[in-house]
Ligand binder design. Structure first.
Ligand code: ZN
Length: 286
């Protein structure tokens, strides 16, 4: 069995509405939505976990509900930087209540996004600091989204780690090796997504980042329904959690190790960070 823990999947979102049940059954059976041609060995996949991050109050509640459907589902609650502009006081109360409840295992996704221009940066930074405080108060890991905002992000994280003991995941890591090294030094886990599988050389700094992250800080994710990995980008209508095996395969290639090794390590790391006891998965031998 190849154990696969997808640390970022938006199963609550609309693209999954028509056939969410079918997607969940594929997660439970470790079935890919498309069979890769000779890329994956005959070893079956066993999904060991899927972390479902919220993007606003409604989405976070849906993730918490979904997490009740399977012992391998875990929810996170937050308001995504792009949607902070729409958040009401009641939305923040919902996020705070969820964060303090057993319904969620992490605070996310939060962060900074300067690619899209939905929420003014100052407002994004304010919201990020509120999420950091929630993560620290609840002793739960934070899940960080950082798009075109490393210069603003790193000082905030540095301060929060130093003064408050923040820990967590940099989701869909997109940075260069220098930024990867800094995130590692701050104690974060780096989660790689479909982008690391893309063959365009503009992604080569990201390939280099994937090589230098210590094994005990490595995670994989799909960011479903987005970021479908190579070679299925443009061929699948959307990405889904079992496809995280393609990211593991690419990390194995870049790091000159085996798929099994990446799969086991990333599952162990995700469990460790989220405080998931192995006993919950006693049926899985890894
Ligand atoms: Zn996301």
């Amino acid at each position: 069995m190849i154990p696969i823990f997808d640390t970022h999947a938006h199963l609550d979102l609309e693209p999954f509405s028509p056939d969410r049940g079918a997607v969940i059954r594929r997660i439970e059976s470790g079935t890919l939505p498309i069979i890769p041609d000779g890329l994956i060995s005959q070893q079956p996949i066993e999904m060991t976990g899927v972390l479902l991050p919220g993007i606003d109050a409604v989405s976070s509640c849906r993730c918490a509900e979904l997490a009740k459907q399977s012992p391998i589902f875990h929810a996170a609650a937050a308001i995504h930087p792009n949607y902070v502009v729409n958040a009401t006081d009641d939305d923040w109360k919902t996020i705070t209540a969820l964060a303090h409840s057993d319904a969620v295992s992490a605070i996310g996704e939060t962060g900074l996004d300067q690619y899209w221009d939905y929420t003014p940066l100052e407002q994004q930074i304010d919201a990020l600091r509120q999420h950091i405080d929630l993560a620290v108060q609840t002793s739960k890991p934070i899940q960080i989204h950082c798009r075109d905002a490393w210069n603003e992000m790193l000082p905030i994280l540095r301060q929060a780690v130093k003064e408050k003991g923040l820990t967590g995941i940099i989701h869909a890591f997109s940075g260069e090796p220098e930024q990867a090294a800094e995130c590692v030094e701050l104690g974060f886990y780096l989660s790689f997504a479909g982008s690391v599988t893309y063959r365009n050389t503009k992604f080569s700094p990201l390939w280099e980042s994937a090589k230098i992250v210590p094994a005990d800080r490595l995670l994989i994710e799909t960011d479903s329904p987005y970021m479908t990995p190579h070679p299925f980008r443009g061929k699948l209508k959307r990405n889904e959690p079992t496809m995280a095996v393609m990211v593991a395969l690419r990390l194995a290639e870049l790091r000159e190790t085996t798929l099994e090794s990446i799969a086991k390590t990333t599952t162990q790391n995700a469990r460790q960070l989220l405080g998931i006891s192995k006993n919950t998965f006693s049926q899985i031998q890894i």
